[in-house]
Write a protein that binds this ligand. Structure first.
Ligand SMILES: [Zn+2]
Length: 503
């Protein structure tokens, strides 16, 4: 099979990066982050007349679906530097069952959960890491939320370069496992903003990639190209996108404007609509207050949708502009609404989304109920990341179903029991007869099991068993002339674990 890239022509040289705020031009240097004069987001411009010589509806239709089929509109000069894991080219699903639940004419889902590391962020990371390789960087660093960290780690592994990822402590565990598996160096910071600040500090030794990196953002836009093509070179009435940094929504709008400039589609009239979690909604707040710029919030964020939990969105102003200029809308949704939407999406369409991603379904539902979205609209919801990346939220989501809850608890207990060593199991066995204190346990270990253990070791085992909730202290008793005795008993959980082990 031919590689997707071999079909693409040599890329047209991107002209420059232009500040979206003050208009200053920058040459395309891999270390670009933001405008050095005003701090604005840098957007890459192309020679669209030259690009149009290579790109047509016909030439695009012959290429294999992938981020890199649009290489003339991506800022990599030599395609031999491309680091790819097969990102993009994701499905656009017809959702007839969801339509019945929400009550609008047509819903389509752009399913980004099937990207290599399970989120749309792979689109940005393939471009950013390719640019790092093209510039000769030996390592990269970033301050990120979980999906970005997981994705950058994977692409750095593929490229054979080092990655240091700074992350907020409110992190989804599945994403952390991904980073560790891909061999990244992971460091935790109190919140997202301090993670970014620490990465910027490290920038002297390592190439910095953040959500504001102009090469990363160029990759994000490809969701927009794919939608236009998959819809048969037309656009729906509305596209709904989750907003963390605001970059994905803003860059999809850039993609549609570029396709229009190239004559591939009519000038877009699609309403760009952004959703945030109510506990982290600086863009929605700025929109509602009719402000031109997103100030950011300073009192912290509070949502289980960790991947869109950002106080100061780097592309917030751009997202705000894209929403207003397209006559779109935005909304904040609660964690409860997000979990309900995730459940609805999974049960009605077979797509398991993480909370940040399911926010678009919750947002659509809300906007239909308030009348902001018309019932005869055709709508695309972008589902940005997979459900299993966040097992803690997935766990809350199944709590309602009692039979499932029992099955999960049984699996969790079994894995706990198999982790217990022989001495701990013997201690549980001793305590299953009656309560006992440290010396007594030591004595029984020796008499019943022929196992001589020093007393501090017995106490260490008891402390660990107490920590995982299998034993508890039952009381202290004094015996005249001797030190106090601390007694221990099995908890209910300890009793169940021991019974399971015996069986
Ligand atoms: Zn500027």
């Amino acid at each position: 099979m031919k590689m997707a890239m071999s079909e693409a022509a040599a890329p047209a040289d991107p002209v420059a990066a232009k500040c979206s705020r003050c208009g200053r031009d920058y040459p395309l240097d891999a270390s670009l982050t933001r405008c050095r004069r005003c701090g604005g987001v840098l957007l890459i411009r192309y020679d669209y007349r030259r690009v149009a010589e290579h790109l047509s509806r016909e030439s695009l239709s012959r290429r294999i679906p992938s981020v890199w089929k649009y290489s003339e509109l991506l800022p990599i000069r030599d395609l031999r530097h491309v680091v790819s894991l097969g990102e993009g080219g994701t499905y656009l699903h017809q959702c007839s069952r969801l339509v019945e639940h929400i009550g609008v004419k047509r819903i389509l889902i752009k399913d980004e959960t099937t990207n290599p590391t399970g989120s749309f962020v792979d689109r940005g990371c393939t471009v950013a890491v390719s640019k790092a390789v093209e510039s000769g960087a030996e390592s990269i660093c970033c301050g990120a939320t979980g999906n970005m960290g997981a994705s950058l780690s994977a692409y750095a592994a593929k490229a054979g370069i080092g990655a240091t990822i700074f992350l907020p402590k409110t992190l989804d565990i599945g994403k952390l496992y991904q980073m560790i598996a891909f061999g990244a160096k992971v460091e935790l910071a109190p919140d997202y903003e301090s993670a970014v600040a620490r990465a910027e500090h490290l920038n002297r030794q390592s190439l910095l990639i953040t959500t504001q990196n102009p090469y990363f953002m160029e990759g994000e836009k490809t969701t927009g190209y794919e939608i236009a093509e998959q819809m048969g070179w037309r656009l729906p009435d509305r596209i709904i996108v989750p907003m963390g940094s605001g970059g994905h929504l803003a860059m999809m709008k850039k993609a549609l404007d570029e396709f229009s400039e190239l004559g591939l589609i009519d000038p877009p009239t699609v309403k760009m609509t952004g959703i945030q979690a109510a506990g982290a909604s600086p863009i929605v707040e700025a929109y509602n207050r009719n402000e031109d710029a997103v100030e950011g919030i300073t009192n912290g964020t509070d949502t289980l949708a960790h991947d869109i939990s950002i106080e100061s969105p780097s592309a917030g102003d751009l997202a705000l502009d894209a929403i207003r200029s397209s006559r779109g809308d935005c909304a904040g949704v609660t964690d409860k609404e997000i979990l309900e939407a995730a459940s609805l999406l999974a049960k009605s369409e077979g797509i398991f989304a993480e909370p940040a991603a399911a926010s678009t379904i919750a947002g659509l539902k809300k906007l239909v109920e308030t009348g902001a979205v018309d019932r005869d609209e055709e709508i695309i919801c972008v589902i940005t990341g997979a459900g299993l990346k966040d097992p803690a939220a997935a766990r809350r989501f199944v709590k309602k179903a009692r039979s499932v809850e029992i099955a999960i608890r049984s699996v969790e207990d079994r894995s706990l029991t198999t982790r217990l060593g022989p001495t701990k199991l013997r201690i549980l066995e001793i305590l299953s007869g009656k309560e006992a204190y440290g010396y007594e346990i030591r004595q029984q270990l020796e008499e019943r099991f022929g196992k001589a253990v020093k007393i501090p070791v017995v106490y260490q085992h008891l402390k660990e068993l107490e920590g995982i909730g299998l034993v508890r202290r039952s009381g202290v008793r004094e015996v005249s002339g001797r030190p106090e005795r601390q007694y221990y008993v099995l908890t209910e959980k300890g009793r169940i674990s021991l019974e399971r082990f015996r069986s």
